[in-house]
Design a protein around this ligand. Sequence first.
Ligand code: ZN
Length: 420
Amino acid sequence: MTGVLEHLWNARFVAAAALVLMLVLGVGRAHALQDRAVEATAVRLLDDGKSTTFELTISKGLTAQVYTLANPYRVVLDLPQMDFRLDAAAGKTGRGVVSAFRYGLFAQNKARVVLDTTGPVGIVSAGMTRVPGSKAMRLAVVLVPMDAAAFGAGTGALLAAAEPADLGSDLAPPESADRKHKDHAKPVIVIDPGHGGIDPGALGANNVAEKSVVLAVALQLKAALLKTRRYDVKMTRTDDVFVSLERRLKFSGENDADLFISLHADSIEEKSIADSIRGATVYTLSDRASDEQARIMADKENASDLIAGVGSAKNDGGEEVKNILIDLLKRETSNFSADFSHVLAKRLGQAITMSRIPRKSAAFKVLKQPHAPSVLVELGYMSNSTQEQEMMTSDWQSKVAEAIASAVQSYFSKRTAAQP
Ligand code: ZN
């Protein structure tokens, strides 16, 4: 038995482009995984000039799928849920054909590692071996560069896009799917904390992840709104799990949202200006970005699915944006979004620092909602270390939550008053 465990998978697959490898380690052991969480305790990249090895040390054997993706070129490892107890800097720098990597929860019961590669690569071998003298296993994936023609295109794309349905609790479909807008007893507010799981979002000066800050604010906002007893509040995620942009949109539609609030935070890489830039910005949807910085911001936020290994840059291009434009013809929704962004920028400005231009617009995918007025808030810049520290405090988070909640109150009281 032990012999089998130690060396189950080590096939060679240099030429095949569409690689989907199953690493099954100890078939009978798969159930035991549910009992105790697997831990990833160490990770490293090795390169000998010919091949690059990604090596992950895990507390026990497991089942994994390893496959390649194109546009951009990546290697994805799909794993059971696990705790990543790795160095905070892990994955930020690359080696050999791996330029960087990310890891995290992809869905409630599924973890994922995404390796960004410098070009098309082939998987030479993928396997697990026992770490001598311990129960831990070492999962190793060996990669070599190959030319684009041999690689093919989008090899594991279908696997990568398969998002399991059992996500955070709020993601369950509403009780009655055909519930109509007018039947709402209370307005439905959908709070959308950006990123999550394998997609950390922006990283602050001291490595605080955007996904954590926005989830903390979202939970406080939910509490603040529920306190008023006037709203039905739903969240696209309630813990550190990845949710695709498409799923966020679908969730909003299924819940017949009356207002959609997406929460984000930014970070800029240019060290020379990182300290001088701070403040919040409220974004609404537009076909053409209000300025160059807004366009870059939308590109950044729209890349969330790519970062998690879902979709490809090829499919995320112009067509999508054109559809946004068509939906923008839904003028009423767009006007309501503008109304809310107005009052939101004002209320936020009374509580926290706003950026120089506090209201902007750009083609954010997550705002592509013909049915619901929607805004995306960049709460601040975590590249400014003072602001990063502040954003981590519960005090700041509750200040923001209260300001957004009061904007919601003001927006709905106006809308109610305007109705005949
Ligand atoms: Zn973001």
